[in-house]
Write a protein that binds this ligand. Structure first.
Ligand SMILES: NC(=O)c1ccc[n+]([C@@H]2O[C@H](COP(=O)([O-])OP(=O)(O)OC[C@H]3O[C@@H](n4cnc5c(N)ncnc54)[C@H](OP(=O)(O)O)[C@@H]3O)[C@@H](O)[C@H]2O)c1
Length: 331
């Protein structure tokens, strides 16, 4: 079997993504072979084609941390041909070939059977939306409810941010969206934001204060850096911040004050190594009570052969929402 793939190669002049015809032995040995319907654009995919991006362990690689599609063969009894599935996280798209190819092959214990979501819906949600759901679940586990107060979402127009807004609003939370895009207010209101504010801190040159006037009960943060430090300083007593991203930087210039004087909890969110049973349970929630109601508003579509400019736009911060890449029939 020969098939089409977008393959990232590293060279002295950078990383290039090229359309190539590859043979079946290009795929790693593993139990489940998937005909890929869709992949999507995640920040990590942008890093995979960026020199020094730090996520890919070995080139050449087929990027694409999200795979949605149909099982074609399985050596594992839990899956049969025709099953609609999603697979993401673990080594997918960083140490093993990912979703930017007509076929992918992964271990059965990385695969989630879809129940109630189409492969297109699952791709719109993707790793970014799954991370948003994990963040929301974390806030609920910490007993935040619509009655305990408003939730801040940073990086609001991004994949994690926009799906978090959609899920939180569907659960009845008041949602405050923080964005750097001055023209995004209407779009964010359409997916459920009650209030739209700029990036934080409002004055990036002001001397950071260990504690400020409390503003929100909790936050879903995909930005990190000085923004996250500021958010921690204004979360209310007993509040929770679910932190999963680094678009604003990796350093966290904070103090212990929010933790020891307000009992604020900073909880790290990792979608990559999450054990499969928890992953499958959260996808079930995503098809039910966490189901985002604005998937078609969030969705942009591009054929996989046009992945590169979309990924560049994620990297330079101009992208909004969730772009899915059509794979089957799009090479
Ligand atoms: N922990 C995990 O398992 C996990 C999983 C998925 C993603 N992530 C991380 O979460 C982050 C978001 O991922 P994504 O896929 O949602 O990316 P994305 O779609 O590119 O969204 C990132 C958003 O961050 C904001 N932003 C960009 N540059 C910024 C800057 N310099 N300062 C402040 N904000 C900036 C922008 O939103 P506005 O313009 O609206 O402000 C942008 O749309 C990334 O760091 C990614 O690596 C982590």
């Amino acid at each position: 079997m020969d098939f089409w793939a977008m393959v990232a190669h590293e060279s002295d002049s950078g990383i290039v993504l090229t359309k190539e015809r590859v043979s079946e032995d290009f795929l790693p040995p593993a139990a489940v072979t998937i005909k890929v319907h869709y992949s999507s654009a995640n920040y990590k995919d942008a890093l995979a084609i960026t020199p020094g991006g730090g996520v890919v362990r070995k080139y050449p690689i087929v990027p694409g941390i999200d795979i949605t599609g149909e099982v074609v063969t399985s050596e594992d009894d839990d899956f049969t041909p025709g099953d609609l599935v999603v697979a993401h996280g673990y080594d997918i798209g960083v140490a093993q070939h990912g979703g930017f190819a007509e076929y992918a092959r992964v271990p059965a214990e990385w695969v989630v059977k879809l129940d109630g979501l189409s492969t297109r819906d699952a791709a719109i949600i993707g790793t970014a939306g799954f991370t948003a759901a994990l963040s929301v679940q974390t806030l609920l586990d910490r007993e935040l409810t619509p009655e305990t107060g408003a939730i801040l979402v940073t990086g609001a127009t991004g994949g994690v941010g926009s799906v978090a807004i959609d899920i939180l609003s569907g659960l009845g939370f008041e949602v405050v969206a923080s964005t750097g895009k001055s023209d995004a207010a209407d779009r964010l209101a359409d997916i459920g934001a009650n209030e739209v504010i700029g990036r934080l801190p409002e004055d990036p040159d002001a001397k950071p204060r260990p504690l400020g006037r409390t503003r929100w009960a909790g936050a879903v943060d995909s930005v990190g850096g000085a923004s996250l430090a500021h958010v921690l300083s204004v979360i209310g007593y007993g509040g929770t911040v679910a932190a999963g991203g680094l678009t604003g930087g990796t350093a966290l210039p904070t103090t212990v004050m929010p933790f020891i004087l307000r009992g604020v909890a900073l909880i790290g969110i990792d979608s990559v190594a999450l054990p499969i049973e928890k992953r499958r349970a959260l996808w079930t929630r995503l098809a039910n009570e966490f189901r985002p109601s604005h998937l078609s508003t969030l969705e942009n579509f591009a054929p996989i052969t046009e992945a590169e400019p979309v990924l560049r736009s994620l990297q330079n911060g101009t992208h909004s929402g969730r772009t899915i890449f059509g794979v089957a029939g799009e090479f």
